[in-house]
Design a protein around this ligand. Structure first.
Ligand code: GLN
Ligand code: ZN
Length: 792
């Protein structure tokens, strides 16, 4: 008897193979196209992606995965949870004005200042105002916060919650798109984020209340949504509860069963989806939910499959996420089959197969890559290919003699074998060097207290030394120069000449401003990761491998496919030149091993720790070369160290161990006299402060200005032992900072941190700013430092 099974997908990248959505969004924001034009592009992309998945033979195609900016924001609108300040037409009235019954219920909180009377006031521009603070229509007001989606590089709009808030169905995009797909004849399964994950991912906007208390208020809106989806004719609805892979407080865990009892709908079969890890101690909760099926991530946690096969009730389906939605490697079909076989024998048509998570995190189509090395290309799969892998696995399971599926299996086997043996991957020298690494290699010669004295004897810096984070404005001239060089319009000498002139001008400006530790300005860098990757062995680059980071922004991560080593010095000549122009120290500027790792697609054939160490050794050579070239201060940026933190507490110590070790390997090859800086931004430091101290950088510069110094607390209460530069102004804004504000922020810092250990610097690099505001801001920053010096 041949058993069938169901294939489905959790989400397809919406941005388009040519970033069509990005381009249309930006054109619309600029006023170059109309809202109708933008909507047409969206419709075209949805249709194209549905058709592509149907052509691949997928049984259920996702809807609700399209978003104009972000799927969490779409859901906020759906549930009527749009902040007052962003609504289309808010007529401000006195707080004692009665609130319209059943209308704008989401805001029936007793706002002290004002409340809202208009309703039905969400439109497309409303979404853009929430996301960007402004849209072609409506008044500007501050955007909602954006933060990273679990451990990915995708950012979602953080829902805002108020006490006693109510929710109701207010935006029908998901319903309309589902109806549209069904009308076109596609078998679809709408995808929405579940109520517990939605609440968890948001934040309270007033004090003394817990957003968890809004749960009961939230459920009626979900019921309305499920009813509306049932009315479209959808049979299955996928409800994502990715928080099932986190360490959850008991009340959150216990709420699951109640929530799903409350929202269940007689016409709808609910598939609860977990991804990005193992269910762990939430497994029983997940298994016992009163729903029709459960999706698990079998890439990150393959060991879950058999447990669930054993334990799942006989009327439920199990969806096994077997194709990696987070990386670009081709699926090892044979290995997948081995895992799926038992599940299929036991579950029959109750087995579903899918990618591990939404393909939002994959680039769109490998076939478009015409410049990739043919071997490397044969090891990869992007979203379109991944959907195909899912349907091929189905064929191989239910009809093993299918000729085309067999051919696919052979191709997969060949690729797996070729990749594992390829000389392009394996470099004996790198491996031998890794073997020889000793714990002492991660130790500076002496402890900080001694090093800092030796450094100070050479650097002779004043109290409150001033510096910047590395990049200076990327002018049109710089972009043009890099482009001309890339296209071959100018030769290497001309290019070098132009960049040198830029560096020289940058040094002159910094001396004039009166900064103490200078930088060369990073004019030669397109991107802090790509620039270094291009000069390392083991990295490959795509032409179209874009992945959405937030809204219209996409990143094109390089691919680490093989053992990493340095081709030769990377930054040394630029640094030497910059230093030759000034008597003040000029910082060498590098991207650290953890950031190089996390902002790339990383090998899946060896532990990430091994890859990190390879990168660290390459950087170590660069650090030593910089020292030899006379560079006295070297900064190793690690903005990504926090985002690599595993989702589960139990996995964190191990990660931090190897991450810290890799950083220290890159930094510890130099003499005491050489001062190592590091820089981190957008980080919450509390849970990693010990690891940050363990990096043992002589100086750390961090972001603090936007939180009024709040981020510094972690450093203060930990008694952070080394030098620290709390960013004194926000580089994201073109506003010129106020001298007194900067003085105050630093004064506050001196209450806990000894003055000898404080530095003065902006929050982050200045590459997105323009020169006039940059100079004005830095002049004031230097002034603030002088005021402080006079006061101590
Ligand atoms: N040195 C980099 C710069 O100044 C650091 C960027 C970052 O932290 N993201 O641009
Ligand atoms: Zn930064």
């Amino acid at each position: 008897m041949t058993q069938t099974l169901t294939t489905h997908n959790l989400g397809f990248p919406r941005i388009g193979a040519d970033r069509e959505l990005k381009k249309a969004l930006e054109a619309y924001w600029r006023g170059d196209i109309t809202q109708n034009d933008l909507e047409a592009t969206g419709r075209e992309l949805r249709l194209r992606h549905w058709q592509l998945q149907a052509d691949a033979g997928l049984d259920l195609i996702p809807t609700g995965d399209f978003a104009w900016y972000d799927q969490v924001l779409t859901l906020s609108a759906t549930l009527g949870n749009i902040p007052l300040r962003h609504r289309k037409s808010h007529i401000l009235v006195n707080s004692d004005h009665p609130i319209h019954e059943g209308c704008c219920a989401a805001h029936s909180t007793s706002h002290a200042q004002a409340t809202i009377e208009a309703c039905a006031d969400i439109d497309l521009d409303t979404l853009f105002r929430v996301a960007r603070g402004r849209a072609p229509s409506g008044a500007a007001s501050s955007a909602s916060d954006m933060t990273k989606w679990f451990d990915t590089n995708y950012h979602y709009l953080v829902p805002e919650f108020h006490p006693n808030q109510e929710f109701k169905l207010s935006w029908t995009q998901i319903i309309d798109e589902t109806a549209e797909a069904i009308a076109k004849g596609y078998s679809v399964k709408p995808v929405i984020l579940g109520p517990l994950s939605y609440l968890w991912l948001g934040k309270e906007k007033s004090e003394n209340f817990d957003r968890f208390d809004l749960l009961e208020n939230l459920l009626p809106a979900y019921k309305q949504l499920l009813q509306a989806l049932a009315d479209t004719g959808a049979e299955w609805v996928q409800i994502d509860e990715p928080i099932l892979v986190l360490d959850l407080p008991a009340k959150w865990q216990q709420a699951f069963e109640r929530v799903y009892h409350t929202i269940k709908h007689p016409q709808i079969k609910i598939l609860v989806a977990s991804y990005f890890g193992a269910l762990g101690e939430n497994l029983s909760t997940a298994i016992n939910l009163p729903v029709a099926g459960l999706h698990i991530d079998a890439v990150r946690a393959p060991e879950q499959v058999l447990t669930l096969v054993d334990r799942l009730a006989a009327h439920k389906i199990l969806s096994v996420g077997i194709v990696d939605g987070r990386n670009i490697w081709r699926n090892d079909l044979q290995k997948s089959l081995n895992l799926l076989h038992t599940a299929h024998t036991r579950l029959g048509d109750r087995l579903w197969i899918a990618p591990s998570c939404s393909l939002l995190h994959s680039p769109v189509d490998l076939n478009r890559e015409l410049k990739l090395d043919a071997d490397i290309k044969s090891w990869l799969a992007f979203a379109k290919q991944k959907v195909h892998e899912v349907t091929t696995l189905k064929k191989l399971l239910i009809n093993p003699s299918d000729i085309t599926a067999q051919q696919e299996l052979t191709l997969s086997n060949n690729a797996v074998l070729a990749r594992s043996l390829s000389p392009k991957i394996h470099n004996q020298t790198v491996q031998a060097r890794l073997e020889a690494v000793q714990p002492e290699d991660a130790q500076r010669q002496s402890i900080f207290a001694q090093r800092i004295q030796q450094q100070q004897a050479i650097l002779k810096l004043p109290l409150f030394p001033t510096t910047t984070i590395g990049s200076f404005p990327q002018t049109d001239f710089i972009r043009q120069t890099r482009k001309e060089f890339k296209q071959g319009d100018i030769n290497a000498q001309e290019y070098e000449q132009k960049i040198r002139s830029e560096i020289a001008a940058c040094i002159v400006r910094q001396e004039k401003i009166g900064l103490d530790v200078l930088v060369h300005g990073e004019a030669e860098r397109n991107d802090m990761v790509e620039y270094f990757s291009e000069q390392l062995n083991g990295y490959a680059f795509t032409q179209y491998g874009w992945v959405q980071s937030y809204g219209s922004r996409c990143v094109k991560p390089p691919i680490i496919y093989g053992d990493v080593s340095r081709q030769g010095p990377i930054t040394v000549e630029w640094a030497r030149y910059a230093q030759s122009l000034s008597n003040k120290p000029v910082k060498g500027m590098l991207t650290g091993p953890i950031t190089m790792l996390f902002w790339s697609f990383v090998r899946d054939d060896q532990p990430r720790a091994t890859t990190a160490l390879q990168i660290a050794l390459a950087l170590r050579d660069e650090v030593i070369d910089l020292e030899k070239a006379g560079i006295k201060v070297i900064q190793i940026d690690e903005p990504a160290i926090r985002e690599g933190l595993p989702l589960r507490n139990k996995d964190r110590a191990e990660y931090l161990d190897w991450a810290v070790f890799a950083f220290r390997i890159s930094a510890s090859g130099v003499k005491n006299e050489t001062q190592i800086h590091t820089h981190m931004c957008y980080s919450e430091f509390n849970d990693i402060i010990k690891a940050i101290a363990d990096l043992d950088a002589d100086v750390i510069t961090i972001e603090t200005s936007r939180s009024d110094g709040e981020l510094l607390q972690a450093f203060e209460s930990f008694n952070y032992p080394n030098d620290i530069g709390p960013g004194v102004y926000d580089i994201h804004s073109p506003n010129i900072p106020d001298v007194q504000n900067m003085v105050n922020l630093l004064k506050r810092a001196t209450r806990k941190i000894p003055v000898e250990r404080l530095w003065v610097n902006p929050d982050c690099g200045l590459k997105t700013r323009r020169w006039p505001e940059t100079e004005a801001a830095l002049v004031r920053m230097v002034e603030a430092a002088k005021i402080l010096r006079d006061q101590v």
